[in-house]
Design a binder for this molecule. Structure first.
Ligand code: ADP
Ligand code: MG
Length: 509
């Protein structure tokens, strides 16, 4: 080989080495970036872990906080509100009842016909949007609109004889805003939420406002029960099954209520009820404990929210937030690597990923995760995501959903612990007693809300965790029952079971 040939050969070798080095370097960098993504997901998973030991700490914390909330006003982040519901429907109710549900941009009117023996013979529902301008005007205009809508509904759904049955009968009123209840059929509005701001109503009795509007429209219906949606769910549960002692709503938000002994409501000395019990509205979305596995994403979500430092439990478990937690993790994954291509501004947009879409990615059973690809593309503007990255996205959805479901499960067992239905000695005995299964009582918890009813994986994780925490000896005694439309039917059922009674069964001495 001549000098020229040698030079060429050396040149080629150097060039190929350089190319190889660049390629290896690229691959190393790309692998490094990939591992950064994997690490981000692993760190999140680690911080969000909910082993059964931790869940049991959450159970104890819930029971302790419940106790504190019952002991004194402001004693806990759990408000533990009195509902003045001291007895629940038992299936014997009969007749026609109506219910109104005001809780958002839509309101609903219901009519049910009860036939005794746990039978609901007829059920009509109408959903109507509340005109935007009425949400900020006067209480008179607002309730006039509601009353007129009810009147039209009564005339449309009932013939004359049924209309006369309505006269003097009970109406259940579900009002999903913070209310300080003063009796079963009265309560003052604490503050408006969800875009409403009818200033002249704050601190006024909402039932009185509605009742006056009904009279103005010539409707002779008595507002017999003002209820919260979780209390409605408990009422429906109890109507069908008398062993129902608690109810949980897990939809856009979350809440729970349960049947407590009146003498356990220490903050309300001299509370006398005919039944000796009282349903307590826990407002559990505001529960907080240092045992909750909080991640940096939860801290950021809270800081960005309009109600920072509030509703900590709700922000970890309810439908409004789960999709947004996933979005935040994907955003971090995108920032530490180019695995999702150029950074999409959608990833930085709050609530850009809704929980139902997150659930659809989680439940994608196509072999190439095509649904995940489609949602990332259409919703978050992220294109051509490789399969291995799509798999990681599914994992993130799983971590978020699993944690939410398991924490909700711990909350439920916490309630059972507070009332001695978890097979231990309750919270005051300290020591966990051995349980003879013969002594355990059948216990039913009613559950409502889109997250539980429509998201199969969430439901399965929750059911599984309740059984895991309780253990195989106790779990068979605890039944979680899915309830349909507690907020509507439940209010009507409570109106039915309470309008039959002529005397006030709750007294505060
Ligand atoms: P609300 O809580 O507003 O009264 P729902 O009980 O129907 O209404 O719950 C609706 C919420 O449930 C939605 O905001 C959403 O977060 C969640 N949800 C509904 N469907 C699904 C679904 N298929 N997968 C996951 N979450 C869902
Ligand atoms: Mg609801």
């Amino acid at each position: 080989m001549g000098k020229l040939g040698l030079g060429l050969a050396v040149g080629c070798a150097v060039a190929s080495c350089a190319i190889a080095a660049v390629m290896v370097g690229r691959r190393v960098r790309s692998r490094r970036r990939w591992w950064r993504v994997v690490r981000a997901v692993d760190e999140f998973e680690e911080a969000a872990l909910t082993p059964v030991g931790r869940l049991k700490q959450v159970v104890d914390a819930m029971a302790v906080e419940m106790h504190a909330g019952l002991a004194s006003e402001g004693g806990s982040k759990l408000k533990m509100l009195l509902t003045f519901v001291d007895s629940l429907p038992d299936g014997s109710e009969s007749g026609i009842y109506y219910a109104l549900h005001v809780g958002g941009t839509y309101f609903r009117i219901l009519r049910i016909q009860l036939g005794g023996q746990k039978s609901i013979l007829g059920h009509d529902v109408e959903r109507k949007p509340i005109p935007q301008h009425l949400m900020t005007r006067t209480s008179e205009e607002f309730f006039d609109f509601i009353a007129l809508s009810l009147k039209e509904f009564v005339e449309r759904t009932g013939n004359n004889s049924q209309y006369s049955q309505v006269r003097g009968k009970g109406l259940g009123f579900t009002f999903s805003f913070p209310v300080k209840q003063t009796s079963l059929s009265s309560g003052t509005l604490i503050k408006w939420t969800k875009g409403f701001s009818i200033d002249d109503m704050v601190e006024k009795d909402v039932v009185e406002c509605l009742q006056r509007a009904l009279s103005r429209r010539g409707l002779d219906i008595n507002v017999a029960a003002l209820v919260n949606d979780s209390v409605g769910t408990l009422a429906v549960g109890h109507f069908y099954d008398k062993d129902t002692v608690a109810a949980v709503v897990i939809g856009t938000g979350t809440n729970a209520c349960y049947l407590e002994r009146a003498d356990a409501v220490i903050k309300c000395q001299g509370l006398l009820t005919t039944s000796g019990g009282m349903v307590i509205n826990m407002e559990w979305g505001n529960f907080w404990s240092s045992h909750l596995p909080r991640t940096s994403y939860d801290i950021d979500l809270d800081a960005d929210s309009h109600n920072s430092n509030d509703q900590g439990f709700e922000k970890m478990i309810s439908g409004l937030y789960l999709g947004d937690i996933v979005r935040r993790v994907i955003c971090k994954m995108s920032l530490v690597s180019d695995i999702f291509g150029p950074f999409s501004s959608k990833l930085a947009t709050q609530f850009a990923l809704s929980t139902p879409l997150m659930a659809a990615m989680h439940e994608d059973d196509t072999p190439d995760l095509s649904e995940v690809a489609k949602i990332l593309e259409e919703t978050l503007d992220i294109h051509d995501v490789p399969l291995k990255a799509r798999k990681l996205v599914v994992k993130v959805c799983d971590v978020v959903t699993r944690r939410a479901a398991r924490l909700a499960a711990a909350g439920i067992v916490g309630i059972l612990k507070k009332i001695g239905r978890d097979g231990t000695g309750g919270i005051t005995s300290g020591r966990v007693k051995g349980v003879k299964s013969g002594k355990m009582r059948r216990t039913v918890v009613a559950i409502e809300g889109g997250l539980y009813t429509s998201y199969t994986v969430f439901r399965e994780y929750l059911n599984e965790a309740v059984a895991e925490i309780l253990g195989e000896e106790i779990a068979p005694y605890v039944i979680l029952k899915e309830m349909e439309d507690g907020s509507g039917i439940g209010a009507a059922l409570l109106a039915a079971s309470n309008s039959a009674r002529s005397v006030d069964t709750v007294q505060v001495l």
